[in-house]
Design a protein around this ligand. Structure first.
Ligand code: AKB
Length: 315
């Protein structure tokens, strides 16, 4: 593989693990990590790193030219909960960065773009159970509005200018190596840390709030798989539904209790409850499975086993 990859937002929850995996696949020197702030020790020592503000087209282009980049993964974003606090900042970061990268691709400086969408692109009027690939999409959050708009920009640049842009609608992503920041699904990561450190957790969602979720390993595999698929397999150029499991705070707590029997959970819903209530509960991802062969590996049971085992030795 003689591709050179640039990751924007490499220090975020998904960016960190994506960078590690891409460096293994493409060779460390062929994967340029970047973020608005300096990366951690492992990221800096394992390959090239550049400071990039993802809203600056000039700066992205400078780095693209410096390393002769062929693919860009745009992982910089403001997530749902934070964007509700800073709506215009959220819109600006999420949209300006996407349009900058799409323009760079239109000008033929790069060959391929990855941009993540989210289940947040659905809203209260979308079907909640088995949410189809194509359905009503009227999101009630700024983050969701930016994702729906972004999906249509991706499709537009593909149809109009032939830009090879690929996208997935991520569910909540759960990992033990990196912490998320500013999302509504973050509780499903925090709960494992608090369970092991304190034996108790206060949840900002109510006990029966069912949301689609995915283990980080599956999310990284899906991301790389869609980017490596032959172009004719990518039939959807807005963004693909993607799913692995759906659970409630009560169900994840019960799973954790199998390892920590004294674990307790309390429910104290805040503004994020409204966001969660506007999202799907179970997503139909049959198009991703049919078109480019997506298959998930982890469910709630196998993910919990993996996280508890790894976090125990880490903490
Ligand atoms: C969030 O909670 O905002 C994100 C997402 C579902 O896109 N994890």
């Amino acid at each position: 593989m003689n591709d050179t990859v640039l990751i924007l937002g490499a220090c975020g929850q998904i960016g960190i693990e994506l960078t590690q995996k891409l460096r293994i696949l493409y060779g460390s020197n062929n994967v340029i990590a970047s973020d608005i702030r300096e990366g951690g020790e492992e990221m800096l020592s394992s390959g090239p790193f550049e400071i990039i503000d993802a809203t600056s087209k000039e700066r992205i282009l400078e780095v693209v030219k410096k390393y002769e980049v062929t693919q860009v993964y745009l992982m910089a974003a403001m997530l749902s909960a934070t964007a509700e606090k800073y709506p215009l900042k959220g819109w600006d970061l999420n949209m300006t960065s996407l349009l900058a990268v799409l323009e760079i691709a239109r000008e033929k400086h790069i060959k391929k773009v990855y941009w993540p969408s989210s289940m947040a692109s659905f809203g209260p009027t979308s079907p909640k159970i088995n949410t189809p690939q194509q359905t009503i999409m009227e999101p009630s959050t700024v983050y969701g509005i930016s994702k729906v708009a972004g999906e249509h920009w991706c499709n537009y640049y593909h149809e109009k200018y032939g830009v090879d842009v690929r996208s997935i609608r991520y569910p909540g992503i759960i990992s033990w190596k990196t912490l998320p920041g500013g999302g509504t699904t973050d509780y499903a990561v925090d709960i494992y840390f608090d369970a092991l450190k304190k034996g108790t957790f206060e949840c900002f969602l109510s006990e029966n709030t069912r949301l689609p979720m995915m283990y980080m390993d599956d999310a990284i595999n899906a991301t790389i798989q869609i980017m490596q698929a032959d172009a004719d397999k990518i039939k959807t150029r807005t963004s693909y539904n993607l799913a692995a499991m759906s659970f409630t705070p009560k169900e994840i707590a019960n799973e954790i209790k199998k390892y920590i029997p004294d674990f307790t959970i309390a429910y104290n819903p805040d503004f994020r409850q409204d966001i969660a209530d506007s999202w799907p509960q179970i997503i139909d991802d049959s198009h991703a499975r049919q078109d480019w062969g997506w298959q998930h590996e982890f469910d709630l049971t196998s993910m919990t086993k993996d996280i508890i085992t790894n976090l125990k030795s880490k903490l």
